[in-house]
Write a protein that binds this ligand. Structure first.
Ligand SMILES: *[C@@H]1O[C@H](CO)[C@@H](O)[C@H](O)[C@H]1NC(C)=O
Ligand SMILES: *[C@@H]1O[C@H](CO)[C@@H](O)[C@H](O)[C@H]1NC(C)=O
Ligand SMILES: *[C@@H]1O[C@H](CO)[C@@H](O)[C@H](O)[C@H]1NC(C)=O
Ligand SMILES: *[C@@H]1O[C@H](CO)[C@@H](O)[C@H](O)[C@H]1NC(C)=O
Ligand SMILES: [Zn+2]
Length: 368
C-alpha cells in the first residue's frame, strides 16, 4: 500500500504545475571587474559598473535598470498600445546627427516625435542608441526569463512638461524609454541599414555625422501593443530613477552582417573596440512588472486570468480530472485486490501456521 501511495505522489508531482514559477528569484549577475584606479570618467564604462555607485549615488538605489523580466511574475494588465506620432521623418529637411560618444552610437531625434497613449502625459523624443555584445556573445540590457538577446535599441523620450531631456532626466516621471530586442534573421533590415550604413563614419569616439532623415517607426516592431512596463532608471551613470520603461515583446530581425557591423565598427579611446556596453540586470526590490498582453497558462494563474485564459484553465482542469479519476480507480482496484489477497493469505497462514515458505511469500508481497 505504501508503494501505491508513493506512486500517486510521484505522478502528481510530475503532472501538477508546481509552485516553481512563484519560487523563481531574480538573480543579479555580477561581472567580476578590476578596480583600475583610473580617473572618474573611465568609471563610467560598463566594465566598471560595480563601482558606479561610488561616484553616482543613484546607481546603488533600489529601482534600477535593466532587469531580467520574469514572464511568470509579470502581471497582465489592460494597457493601451504604444502609438508613435511624427516618427516618419522622410519629409524633414534637417539632417539627423549620428554620434559615437564612447559608450554607444546615438542618433539625435527631433522633439516633434512623440508618444502619448499608454502614458499619463505627453513624451517627446530626444535620441536613440544601442546596446550590444561581441562576436557570439549577446548584449541586450534587459533579459526575458534569463535570456539575453543579441542587441537592444533604446528610444529615449522626455516628459513635455519639463521642456528638455536635461530638466526631465532626474524627475521621477521625467523619461519614457522604448526598448526593443534585436535578433538575427535571414534578411538585411532596410530601416536599420539607413543607420548602420553610417557606422563607419562615426567609428572613432567623438565622431559625428549628419545622416538623411528616415522613417524611425521602421526601427520598431510592427506590433506595439505587446510590451512589458515597469518603473526603472537610466542604465548608465548617473542612473537617475526617472524612467517609465516599455520593453516590447515582439523583436526586430536584422541580418548577421548588420549585427557584426554594430559589434565591430565602433571604437573607444585608445582604439579599443566599443562592445559589450550593457549593464547587468538589477534586483527588482519588490517592483511590479506589468504585461500589456495575456501571458501563457502558468502566468495567467498568477495574474488576473481573462475569459480566454479561464477556458484554457478549465480544459486543462478537465484533463487533470480525468487523469486523477483514472488514477483513483486504479488505486482503488489495487487496494481491493491487496485486501482480498491479504485475507486469503491470513486464512491460509492460519491453516498452515508452521509453513516458512508461505510466510516468506507474504513478506515479499509487502516489499514489492
Ligand atoms: C534635479 O537636478 C537639478 C539640477 O540639475 C536639481 O536642482 C534638482 O534638485 C534635481 N531634482 C531631483 C528630484 O533630484
Ligand atoms: C510607477 O510609479 C508610478 C508613480 O509612483 C505609479 O503610479 C505606477 O503605478 C508605477 N508603475 C508601475 C508599472 O509599477
Ligand atoms: C513574449 O511573451 C511570451 C509569452 O507570451 C514569452 O514566452 C516570450 O519570452 C516573450 N518574449 C519577449 C522577447 O519578451
Ligand atoms: C486578455 O483576455 C481577456 C479575456 O479574454 C480580454 O478581455 C482582454 O482583452 C485580453 N487582453 C489582451 C491585452 O488581449
Ligand atoms: Zn540605453
Amino acid at each position: 500500500m505504501g508503494n501505491t501511495l508513493l506512486f500517486i505522489l510521484v505522478v502528481s508531482q510530475v503532472l501538477l504545475p508546481g509552485p516553481t514559477v512563484a519560487g523563481k528569484t531574480v538573480t543579479q549577475r555580477q561581472i567580476g571587474e578590476d578596480e583600475s584606479g583610473e580617473n572618474k570618467k573611465s568609471h563610467e564604462h560598463n566594465k566598471d559598473q560595480n563601482q558606479w555607485s561610488m561616484d553616482y549615488e543613484d546607481c546603488g538605489k533600489t529601482a534600477q535598470s535593466p532587469i531580467d523580466i520574469m514572464t511568470g511574475l509579470s502581471l497582465s494588465t489592460a494597457l493601451l498600445s504604444i502609438k508613435p506620432e511624427g516618427y516618419d521623418l522622410r519629409d524633414q529637411e534637417k539632417k539627423l546627427t549620428l554620434l559615437n560618444n564612447g559608450h554607444t552610437v546615438q542618433l539625435n531625434l527631433p522633439d516633434s516625435m512623440t508618444i502619448h497613449d499608454s502614458f499619463e502625459q505627453l513624451y517627446r523624443a530626444a535620441q536613440l542608441h544601442f546596446h550590444w555584445g561581441s562576436k557570439g556573445e549577446p548584449g541586450s540590457e534587459h533579459m526575458v526569463d534569463g535570456k539575453r538577446f543579441p542587441a537592444e535599441i533604446h528610444v529615449v523620450h522626455f516628459a513635455d512638461k519639463y521642456g528638455s531631456l536635461k530638466e526631465a532626466a532626474n524627475k521621477s516621471d521625467g523619461l519614457a524609454v522604448l526598448g526593443v530586442f534585436l535578433e538575427v534573421g535571414s534578411r538585411t533590415n532596410p530601416f536599420y541599414e539607413k543607420l548602420f550604413s553610417y557606422l563607419q563614419a562615426v567609428s572613432e569616439e567623438g565622431d559625428q555625422h549628419e545622416i538623411p532623415p528616415f522613417d524611425i517607426r521602421g526601427l520598431l516592431p510592427d506590433h506595439l501593443e505587446r510590451y512589458f512596463r515597469y518603473n526603472g532608471s537610466l542604465t548608465t551613470p548617473p542612473c537617475f530613477q526617472s524612467v517609465t520603461w516599455t520593453v516590447f515583446n515582439n523583436t526586430i530581425q536584422i541580418s548577421q552582417d548588420q549585427l557584426s557591423q554594430l559589434e565591430n565598427t565602433l571604437k573607444m579611446k585608445h582604439q579599443q573596440i566599443l562592445s559589450q556596453n550593457f549593464r547587468v540586470p538589477q534586483s527588482l526590490h519588490g517592483r511590479k512588472v506589468l504585461a500589456s498582453f495575456n501571458l501563457s497558462f502558468k502566468t495567467r494563474r498568477m495574474g488576473d486570468p481573462g475569459a480566454e485564459a479561464q477556458d484554457e484553465l478549465s480544459s486543462r482542469g478537465n484533463t487533470l480530472a480525468i487523469i486523477f479519476g483514472c488514477l483513483f480507480g486504479i488505486t482503488l482496484l489495487a487496494f481491493i485486490i491487496y485486501v482480498m489477497h491479504h485475507r486469503k493469505m491470513n486464512q491460509r497462514s492460519k491453516k498452515e501456521t508452521h509453513s516458512n515458505v508461505i510466510y516468506k511469500a507474504a513478506t515479499s508481497t509487502e516489499e514489492a
